[in-house]
Design a binder for this molecule. Structure first.
Ligand code: BDP
Length: 607
């Protein structure tokens, strides 16, 4: 799916801004009686934004909410008109002038509805019914009770069969919802480019680049390629073709280079800024343009106050600036696809992206079943979690790759975060998803699943399926903390196994909750202090540095972030290297010093 742009043939009108907003009654089944009407008793709500932190009484609301915008639009007979939502979380029913015009499940990827001929010049009523409900059928997955809350006490446990009355995330971030990214009206040609795929093969200084256009209607296709100085490099004709670039300037880590690909089809024109690069996974190394890469960076979140998960252009730029100063070169879109604008910024700046689906919480035995009344559930049984959300998982993989397939910065697909990857049925379930990703991606990027710390890592199907092993490990925090000696021996013991597989390994999460301003001058600093966080990272990195196949480190998390309430969450998850408002903790200085000394092309094997 193409990113919405203005070009000489395409025109975008933003429908962002203040919409009318109203909570549903939180109880009843979905009721469509509102749909022909101007909503009453509404209040204004900014778009894009999560709704949760805008008003003081809506944060934990559960169920349907309604958004409405009434607008005029000039007559336009010659072009087609597409309504596009960059993301609506988690489920949307879209009504335009009395008619249900579309539905979409999944809160972190765009969807488009053709509304050609449906707009009036005056008084169009666009209403969205949006559900924030999460359960076994959604990704991310909702559980039966809040994983951070603990039990009810006095031997009582919540009723497993009770009707769901609230959201209980089976994941560790606040369930923000609403129209969280931009809304566009796009005027496009009737004969137009619908999709573009770019693949390149690189041999020395020669690149062979192939493109394929999907089109709607009739017309002739052509392509003009320019370099960054706007010199014309080549011209091609046809809907798919291959051309060569001699002395190619490659897109590289923190050294992005883009060619301008100017496609035309009939009267339509679409422009892509395209990076050309080569990825290979070989002998325990991750190679970019034939050179080993060392991943330095973070697992992140889209999270801020009061926007929630609402797209925040300013914050996105700020975060890249902070990461650059840190000496970082990469991040993971934990635990859902980020706004495409952020991916484009990464592409522009040369950051490497591990692009993750929304499959988080696909695990009935997490923490021994902490989120399921203390009973570990089998994830892959018939009618279990995976069975219920499996089809949706396939849709998300397809749609993520459809959106991000051309970005040079996207170097790994992450199929899921911390699924139950050691249980019976995990291999069959994930083989299907990995195969799908490999089939959908024209560039055949490496795939991974981000693996959870488990009793028996030898059973983890990641060893067989992942091209790059991604490990979330909490030795010295959840496992054995605050001791930083024995847990590190156990960490070593586990890494001996993974390192032996001869696949590159990235530690995609490790971390310790830290309250900014808590300090300790002791030689053995206490948990939650800034000194403990530094000691934890020093101890962990010392272990990780011993393993030549560990080619990357992503501390968890870049910044503190909001979560559901719970005994282990002190006003949110405090594992940030920065606070939620982007102030550094001590560990920020530690990583800044460490990473600025590690070359982006650190060849650990041959050091
Ligand atoms: C991991 C999850 C991540 C959590 C983190 C933590 O992947 O979402 O926030 O642990 O506990 O299990 O901080």
């Amino acid at each position: 799916m193409l990113f919405p742009i203005n070009s000489k043939s395409r025109r975008l009108t933003s429908l962002d801004g203040s919409w009318e907003f109203k909570l549903g009654d939180g109880k009843k089944e979905f009721d469509e009686s509102f749909k022909n009407h101007i909503l009453k008793d509404t209040r204004p709500m900014p778009v894009p934004s999560s709704f949760n932190d805008i008003y003081e009484d809506v944060r934990d609301y559960f169920g349907w909410v309604f958004y409405q915008k009434v607008f005029d639009y000039p007559k336009s007979d010659k072009k087609d008109l597409i309504l596009r939502f960059d993301s609506v979380t988690h489920f949307a029913k879209v009504f335009l002038n009395d008619e249900l015009i579309g539905e979409h499940k999944g809160g972190f990827l765009p969807f488009e509805i053709d509304i050609t001929g449906k707009l009036k010049e005056e008084g169009n009523i666009l209403t969205l019914a949006v559900s924030n409900v999460i359960n076994y059928s959604t990704l991310p997955v909702g559980g039966l009770n809040n994983m951070m809350q603990g039990f009810m006490g006095m031997g009582e446990k919540p009723d497993v069969n009770q009707e769901q009355k609230e959201n209980n995330p089976n994941f560790d971030f606040f369930n923000y919802a609403g129209i969280q990214r931009h809304v566009w009206l796009m005027e496009v040609e009737k004969n137009r480019i619908d999709d573009i795929s770019i693949v390149s093969e690189i041999e020395g200084s020669l690149a062979k680049v192939s493109y394929k256009l999907a089109t709607i209607g009739e017309g002739e296709a052509s392509l003009k390629v320019y370099d960054e100085d706007k010199n014309l490099i080549t011209t091609c004709v046809g809907k798919d073709n291959t051309f060569e670039i001699k002395d190619v300037k490659l897109w590289d880590v923190l050294k992005a280079y883009h060619y301008e690909f100017r496609f035309t089809f009939a009267d339509d024109e679409y422009v892509l800024d395209q990076g050309i690069r080569k990825i290979e996974v070989k002998d325990g190394q991750f190679l970019l343009n034939d050179k080993p890469v060392y991943f330095k960076g973070y697992g992140k979140h889209e999270d801020y106050f009061p926007n929630g998960r609402g797209f925040n252009e300013v914050l996105s730029h700020k975060d890249f600036s902070l990461m650059k100063k840190q000496g970082a070169n990469s991040f993971r879109t934990s635990h859902y696809p980020y706004a495409e604008e952020t991916i484009r910024l990464a592409d522009r700046l040369g950051f490497l992206v591990i692009d993750e689906t929304t499959a988080v919480g696909l695990n009935g035995s997490f923490g021994g079943g902490a989120n399921f009344n203390g009973q570990a559930l089998s994830t892959f049984d018939k009618h279990g979690i995976a069975d219920t959300c499996g089809d949706h998982h396939r849709d998300v993989i397809r749609d993520l790759i459809a959106r991000d397939k051309n970005y040079a910065c996207v170097v790994i697909w992450s199929i899921a975060n911390e699924p139950d990857s050691t249980s019976d049925g995990a291999y069959e379930y994930f083989k299907d998803k990995f195969d799908l990703a490999r089939k959908c991606d024209p560039q055949k990027r490496p795939c991974t699943l981000v693996s959870v710390q488990a009793q028996d890592p030898l059973k983890d199907v990641s060893a067989k399926l992942s091209d790059v092993i991604c490990l979330n490990r909490y030795y010295g925090w959840y496992f054995g903390g605050p001791d930083l000696v024995k847990p590190m021996d156990l960490f070593r013991k586990e890494l001996d196994y993974w390192n032996g597989l001869n696949k590159p390994i990235i530690i995609t999460e490790y971390g310790a909750d830290t309250i900014a301003g808590f300090h300790d001058y002791s030689d053995y600093p206490g948990m939650y202090t800034e000194e403990f966080q530094v000691a934890y990272y020093k101890a962990s990195n010392a272990v990780m540095d011993e393993y030549e196949n560990i080619v990357g480190e992503h501390p968890w998390n870049f910044a503190d972030f909001a979560t559901a309430q719970g005994l282990l969450r002190i006003n949110g998850n405090k594992k940030g290297i920065f606070t939620r408002d982007r102030k550094p903790k001590l560990a920020a200085f530690y990583f800044q010093e460490r990473w600025n000394k590690i070359d982006n092309n650190f060849d650990k094997k041959n050091k």
